[in-house]
Every structure is written in C-alpha cells, then in structure tokens.
Design a protein around this ligand. Structure first.
Ligand code: SF4
Length: 315
C-alpha cells in the first residue's frame, strides 16, 4: 500500500505546525528477509515459514560495502529471523569491525534449532547486542501472539544466553527484551513493565536481562489483518490517532536511521518497508547510494506513523 501525499499523519503534522525531517543518520538497519520459523500475530512484515524473500550473498556484499563507505555508529540486523538466513555468519563477521554497536534481533526460537552453536559463539566473539522478542511472561498471552509451544524454547535460549554471559552484570554482553501488547490496546508504562519482567523472570526461571522495550503494535501486515478480521481496526487506529504526542517526534528512529530491505531497496524505517513507502519516495538500491541520506530531508510517512507517536512513542 503506497500512501498518497496528504495522508492523515501528514495532515496532523501540518495541523500541529511541525515537520518530520532527518537528523544525522547514524544507524544502518538491515532487514535480512521475511523467512521466520514463527508466524506471530503482531508481525508487521507478515514474516513466516516458507517466505522466500531473503537477502542474497551479493546484496549482503553491497550492504557491507555501503557500511564500509559510511561507518555507522550502530548497525541493527533484523528480519524475519536473521538467524535462519544463509551467510548470516559472514554478514556479522564483516560488519562487526565497522561499527561501535552491532545489534541483532532474535525471536529466540530460531536460535534454539540444532546447529546454531557457531552463531552463538560469533555473537559472543563480536559482542553483538542481542534484542530478543519476548512479548509476555504469561504462557497464554505468549502463545496467543506467537503460537503454542514457544515458551519452552524461548526460556531455554534465554538460559543459554545467560550462561554465555548475556544479560549478566559486568560481562559486557547486552541482552535486551522487546515486548508488545497481546491485543488491540496500547502498551503499559515501560519502567513498571521492566520491573515486572525482571522480577518474574528471576523468580520463576532465574533468568536475567538488561533492558526491556515495550512497543505499540503497528497496524500493518499480519497485525492489520488480525485487527480487520477481529473487527478492531477502526477503533485501534482511532486510539493511535487520539494518542498523538508531538514531543515524540524528535526521538523517532527514522530521523537517524536508514533501513535496507532484503533486496537492497532503501526505506526510512522497517515499518515503511512493510507499507512499501520508499526512501525519498523513489526506488533506490543500496549499491547506488554513496553517502548517508542527508540531514534536513523530509521523511516519507503514512497512517501507520501514528503508532510511533502515540503516548510516549516508539523510538
Ligand atoms: S513508521 Fe515511525 S519510524 Fe517509520 S517513518 Fe513513520 S514515524 Fe518514522
């Protein structure tokens, strides 16, 4: 879905007499593809088993060449499940020396598959920051979002991370968790939720992590389909619009990030990938871009941007 100019988010920015422009682009986000072992209800990219859209070795090499040309402070590898993408080890090993902070998003279960020890060792060797999706400490809520049988391998992998030093004070290995509401409602306060997660995980399973981030679900992809089929779409979108908070604009990730899709095409963020809203409104391949997107250029937005600016925001 390509948003026409004048969508309601643009109109809201105009009404508030504010605009959304790039600051310095210091983060390169790499979406390695839509292949995943899970089919989560909240997935804005509708990733899942059998998806064929995965980054080729050639595109990886073009991404690495771009990262060499530009030296981003942070590189953020996401998916789908990046752990399942062929040549992911090569991508990690090549990018690690090029940045101060290499992050990888994991759904936990993909890493629990056999044959992933080499990848785990690579994370430790390069001090990769792991961002693990773990929507809830409640098994019923977790299963509702991610499918049955997900809790046990997720806990097993968190345990393994802790054994490797991830999430353990003084180890220098950072493990953060990401949670999101299980239905058509807004997230609770982050600090209180982090305290509760830390307490629950330590008490029930002796598990530890560094930070918890809680995000609103994007009305895109599979989550939009679920909202529609459950009759919640209009009410959810209205809730996001009503929660618009202009003070979130300065901290939005799209101001400092460029996002490259599995096929090398560029976007202002991963959500715009799902909405097919291209960087600068025109197709650009990573091999064609020399520098970073320029400071002061307008960010392409759509209706889904209300999910980033509702309440305390999505940064
Ligand atoms: S979805 Fe969020 S991060 Fe992406 S362009 Fe819109 S406001 Fe920015």
């Amino acid at each position: 879905m390509t948003e026409a100019p004048g969508n309601s988010f643009e109109q809201r920015l105009a009404k508030e007499r504010v605009s959304l422009q790039r600051d310095t682009t210091n983060t390169l986000q790499i979406n390695t593809g839509l292949l995943c072992d899970l089919r989560c209800r909240h997935c804005h990219l509708s990733a899942g088993p059998g998806r064929k859209e995965v980054m080729s070795l050639k595109t990886m090499e073009q991404v690495i060449a771009y990262a060499k040309r530009n030296r981003f402070a942070t590189i953020d590898i996401t998916g789908g499940a990046p752990e399942l993408i062929p040549h992911i080890e090569q991508l990690i090993a090549s990018l690690a020396p090029l940045t101060q902070r290499l992050m990888l998003r994991t759904n936990l279960t993909a890493l629990s598959q056999p044959g992933k020890d080499q990848l785990l060792n690579l994370f430790v060797a390069h001090r990769v920051v792991l961002i693990a999706s773990f929507p809830s400490t409640n098994e019923g809520q977790l299963s509702a979002q991610r499918g049955g049988g997900v809790m046990e391998p997720s806990l097993k992998m968190l345990k393994r991370f802790n054994e490797l030093g991830y999430g353990i004070e003084g180890s220098g290995l950072e493990l953060d968790l990401v949670a999101n509401p299980s239905g058509a409602f807004m997230p609770t306060g982050q600090e209180a939720a982090e305290r509760k997660f830390k307490k629950d995980l330590a008490r029930k399973w002796d598990l530890h992590f560094n930070n918890l981030f809680i995000f609103a679900n994007m009305p895109l992809g599979r989550f939009a389909d679920w909202l529609e089929s459950s009759g919640n779409l209009d009410a959810y979108v209205e809730k996001l619009q009503a929660g618009f908070n202009a003070s979130t604009l300065d901290g939005l990730m799209c101001r400092s990030l460029v996002s490259v899709a599995w096929d090398g095409s560029l976007y202002d963020c991963d959500f715009n990938q799902a909405a097919n809203i291209l960087l600068g409104g025109k197709p650009t391949h990573i091999s064609e871009l020399d520098g970073r997107p320029e400071r002061g250029t307008a960010i392409a937005v759509g209706e889904h941007c209300f999910a980033c600016t509702a309440g305390s925001g999505f940064t």
